[in-house]
Design a protein around this ligand. Structure first.
Ligand code: ATP
Ligand code: MG
Length: 429
C-alpha cells in the first residue's frame, strides 16, 4: 500500500476484535459515574489555540512541544485538544453552568492529541475519560474522586496492580513561597543541574522535582520540602483528604515529588500508577485547580478533576488477563434458512421476534448456502443456538431449535411460540 494510505504514526485504528473490550471498559466506567451522580458533557475536539496556552500554561511540555496546531481557512489558530479540562472549563463558563456558585459534577470521554514519541502506552491520538467538579472545595470531593476510581479498579479486577500516589501543592500563595525557596536553593547548585532542569529553573521550577536525571536528583535530596511550606488551609485540606482515604480503607503513598505536568494544579494532586506497563505507568492522574477558572476569565470557582488513559487501562486489563470471556460473544441466536420461501418467512418471523425481545442478539444468515456452510457460520458466530428453517419446517409453521454449546436435542418450535421459548433460554442483556 502506498504511504499516503496509511494511518498517521501514533494514531491507531481500534479494530472489531478490540472494540468489545473498549465497550466493556467504557460501559463499566459510564455506569459507575452515573451511580455517583456525574453528568456527561461533550466538547468539540478542536478549540482556539489560545485556550490551551492560557489554561495549561505556555511553558509546559504540552504547549511547548506537543500540540497539533494549525491555521484554518479563516486564519484562526486552532489546536486539536491535548486534554479535556481546558475545553470543559471553557464550556462551563460559556454556558453559565457554574453561575451563582452552583456545583457541577461532570465527565467526558474522547480522543486527545499530543505530538509525542509513540511507544507502548504512549500515542499521538489517545483516549481519556475525565471528570471535573466545580464549586465544591472541600477534601470530601477530592476523596470521592479517589474512592470512585478505587471502586472502578475493583470492578475491573486490577486493584492489586495499581498504587495511589498523593501530594499537596498548597494554595497558590504557599506554592509561591515554596517556589522562591526552591529557586534560591537550586540556583546555588546550578552547575550540578542537567540542562533541562537549568532551563526549567527559569520557566517552571517545580518541574525540576520530577526530573529523571540522577545528578539533579542528588541535588534535590537536600532541597526545601513543599510540605514545610504548606499554609494552614492547605494542610487542613490535605489532612481531611487523608483521613477520608484512611476511613475508606484506601492505601496510598505520599510522593513529595509529584507535581504533575500542567501548570494549573493547587492543593491535592494524585496519580494512580502501575509497574506492569513499563515506563508508561500512570493510568489516571489529576488534582485540584482552584485558580484555573478565574485565570480563564471566570468568577472565582474551585475545581478538581482527573483523567484516565483508556489505552493504558486496556493494556493493563490484557496484561493481567482481567478480560471477561463473555464480552466477546456477540450473537445469541443464528438463523439458517434454506430456499427463497424459507428466507422470506425467516425474515418476517425474526422481525416479529425482535419486536418481542428487543435485546435479543439474533443474526440471520446472509448469502444463502448449503446446510453445511450455514451451520459452520452459525458455529463460528459464537451463537448459543441455531434456528433452522427449511421447506419441511415451513410447511408445518415450525422452526428447528438447536443448542450449539453443550447438551440438548434439536426440537421444533411453532412460529408463534418462538419468542417465548427464546426468552426462557437466552439471558436478556
Ligand atoms: P505522562 O507522564 O505519562 O506523559 P501526563 O502527565 O502527560 O502523562 P495527563 O495529561 O495527566 O498525562 O493525562 C492523564 C492520563 O492520560 C495519563 O495518566 C495517561 O494515562 C494518559 N495519557 C497521557 N498522555 C498519553 C499518551 N500520549 N498516550 C496515551 N495515554 C496518555
Ligand atoms: Mg505527558
Amino acid at each position: 500500500m502506498s504511504k499516503s494510505l496509511q494511518a498517521i504514526r501514533g494514531m491507531n485504528d481500534i479494530l472489531p476484535e478490540q472494540t468489545p473490550l473498549w465497550r466493556y471498559f467504557e460501559g463499566t466506567v459510564a455506569r459507575l459515574l452515573d451511580n455517583y451522580g456525574y453528568k456527561q458533557i461533550r466538547m468539540p475536539i478542536v478549540e482556539f489555540t489560545e485556550l490551551f496556552k492560557r489554561s495549561i500554561g505556555e511553558v509546559t511540555d504540552i504547549v511547548e512541544k506537543e500540540m497539533y496546531t494549525f491555521e484554518d481557512r479563516n486564519g484562526d489558530s486552532l489546536t486539536l485538544r491535548p486534554e479535556g479540562t481546558a475545553a470543559c472549563v471553557r464550556a462551563v463558563l460559556e454556558h453559565g453552568l457554574t453561575g451563582g456558585g452552583q456545583p457541577q459534577k461532570l465527565w467526558y470521554i474522547g480522543p486527545m492529541f499530543r505530538h509525542e514519541r509513540p511507544q507502548k502506552g504512549r500515542y499521538r491520538q489517545f483516549h481519556q475519560i475525565g471528570l471535573e467538579v466545580f464549586n465544591l472545595d472541600g477534601p470530601d470531593i477530592d476523596a470521592e474522586l479517589i474512592v470512585l476510581t478505587w471502586r472502578l479498579w475493583g470492578q475491573l479486577g486490577i486493584r492489586d496492580a495499581v498504587k495511589l500516589e498523593l501530594n499537596s501543592l498548597g494554595t497558590s500563595e504557599s506554592r509561591g513561597r515554596y517556589r522562591v525557596a526552591l529557586v534560591e536553593y537550586l540556583s546555588a547548585h546550578l552547575d550540578k543541574l542537567d540542562e533541562d532542569s537549568q532551563r526549567r529553573l527559569k520557566t517552571n521550577p517545580l518541574r525540576v522535582l520530577d526530573t529523571k536525571n540522577a545528578d539533579t536528583q542528588a541535588v534535590l535530596v537536600n532541597a526545601p520540602k513543599m510540605a514545610d511550606y504548606l499554609d494552614d488551609e492547605s494542610r487542613t485540606h490535605f489532612e481531611g483528604l487523608k483521613a477520608r482515604l484512611d476511613a475508606a480503607g484506601i492505601p496510598y503513598v505520599i510522593n513529595p515529588k509529584l507535581v504533575r505536568g500542567l501548570d494549573y494544579y493547587s492543593k491535592t494532586v494524585f496519580e494512580w500508577v502501575t509497574d506492569k506497563l513499563g515506563a508508561q505507568g500512570t493510568v489516571c492522574a489529576g488534582g485540584r485547580y482552584d485558580g484555573l477558572v478565574e485565570q480563564m476569565g471566570g468568577k472565582p470557582t474551585t475545581g478538581v478533576g482527573f483523567a484516565m488513559g483508556i489505552e493504558r487501562l486496556i493494556l493493563l486489563l490484557e496484561t493481567l488477563g482481567q478480560v471477561p470471556e463473555e464480552i466477546y460473544r456477540q450473537v445469541d441466536v443464528y438463523l439458517c434458512a434454506f430456499g427463497e420461501a424459507a428466507e422470506l418467512a425467516a425474515l418476517a418471523l425474526s422481525e416479529k421476534v425482535r419486536d418481542q425481545l428487543p435485546n435479543l442478539r439474533l443474526q440471520i444468515n446472509a448469502g444463502a448456502g448449503s446446510f453445511k456452510s450455514q451451520f459452520k457460520k452459525a458455529d463460528k458466530s459464537g451463537a448459543l443456538y441455531a434456528l433452522i428453517l427449511g421447506e419441511d419446517e415451513l410447511a408445518q409453521q415450525v422452526i428447528g431449535f438447536k443448542p450449539l454449546r453443550g447438551q440438548g436435542e434439536q426440537q421444533n418450535i411453532a412460529f408463534d411460540a418462538l419468542a417465548a421459548h427464546l426468552a426462557t433460554c437466552v439471558v436478556q442483556g
